[in-house]
Design a protein. Structure first.
Length: 337
């Protein structure tokens, strides 16, 4: 399996302080990781980093960006200010000088990073490197969807043409991202405009029970974390595409819940009994939602750690990089799996 790391905070940090300088950085873990369920310690099948250049607290809304734009092309150029920057490579992270150079210059309030250990038989190319991106969204996965080849056709049948056309690679992770987007976009689109609307309602008939019914003694584990409190119901201008629209924390969380439940239902319907590990994390550049989940009670879930505090930086006393708690405020967060 893979490794991923997320930082989100009110103040931008230097990417090197998170990815390359720490003694047990993600770069170091790419060649010597611990807690791998398979007993292997290499994540050498490529890597990716994604970051946002805007202020996550004060960035302009999509409606503000398109206001006054006279044509579709101009609106899209404006909306791309909300999109993340992505750098991926099939080279091992530990052996990529460009990653080290960029990390010493880039500062951001929201950083996604991933080192890949490809599933047996999966293709190694840049299209299969995380994080995956569409519009303002980024997505990463640590784990595997069991026997995905048997599930793939049914999953594709649930996707609208626009969503399906965004898929560039072959991984189960990217197809799960597409299913998440389909679920999320159905929150704002009318039932008649989404082929998934009726299926989504059918699959999620238990509402948010996916979260509330799972525990350490139940069929799986799941937890969600967010970087900001829920906002009111957003309104979307007709000039703003769904991939750049604004969503509430609850809408993003519910889309994640439904995605996992639908994957489980597809798996069960065709008799798959092997364990699927679904540690997902997604962001729209403002909110971060992560899951820790395994669908078989006898199987270990992949690790997921979460820390928060008032600042992140170098501790000269221990020569480590860590989160500090100077006061009661929670101003920065790290999620890692």
């Amino acid at each position: 399996m893979c490794r991923f790391l997320v930082f989100v905070g009110k103040s931008p940090i230097l990417m090197a302080n998170l990815l390359t300088r720490p003694k047990m950085s993600l770069l170091q873990q790419s060649m010597s990781s611990r807690m791998r369920l398979e007993g292997m310690n290499l994540n050498g099948d490529g890597f990716g980093v994604g970051w946002y250049t805007h202020d996550t607290e004060e960035c302009a809304t999509a409606d503000d960006l398109v206001a006054g734009c006279s044509c579709k092309e101009q609106r899209m150029w404006q909306l791309k200010e909300l999109a993340p920057c992505i750098f991926t490579s099939v080279a091992p992270a530990w052996n990529n000088m460009n990653l080290r150079r960029l990390a010493e210059k880039i500062r951001s309030q929201l950083i996604f990073a991933h080192v890949r250990a490809a599933t047996l038989g999966s293709t190694t190319n840049e299209s299969n490197c995380h994080p995956f991106q569409f519009g303002r969204f980024m997505w990463m996965h640590n784990g595997t969807v069991a026997e995905f080849g048997r599930m793939k056709k049914r999953l594709i049948s649930l996707l609208d043409d626009q969503i399906f056309s965004t898929i560039q690679g072959t991984t189960d992770s990217e197809y799960c991202f597409a299913l998440f987007l389909q679920n999320l976009f159905s929150e704002l689109s009318s039932p008649s405009s989404s082929s998934l609307a009726s299926q989504a309602n059918e699959y999620s008939s238990n509402g948010t029970a996916v979260l509330s019914s799972l525990s350490s003694s139940g069929p799986g584990l799941m937890s969600s974390v967010t970087s900001s409190p829920a906002k009111g119901q957003p309104k979307r201008s007709k000039d703003v595409p769904l991939e750049y629209a604004e969503y509430t924390v609850l809408q993003i969380k519910n889309a994640m819940d439904r995605t996992i439940k639908m994957l489980n239902d597809i798996s069960s319907s065709i008799g798959i009994t092997s364990a699927s590990l679904m540690n997902f994390v997604v962001t729209d550049g403002i909110v971060v939602v992560a899951s820790r989940y395994v669908n078989q009670p006898a199987h270990y879930a992949a690790s997921l750690f979460y820390a928060s505090g008032s600042s992140f930086g170098h501790d000269p006393d221990t020569d480590t990089y860590r989160i500090f708690q100077h006061d009661k405020r929670q101003l920065c967060h790290i999620v890692t799996s």
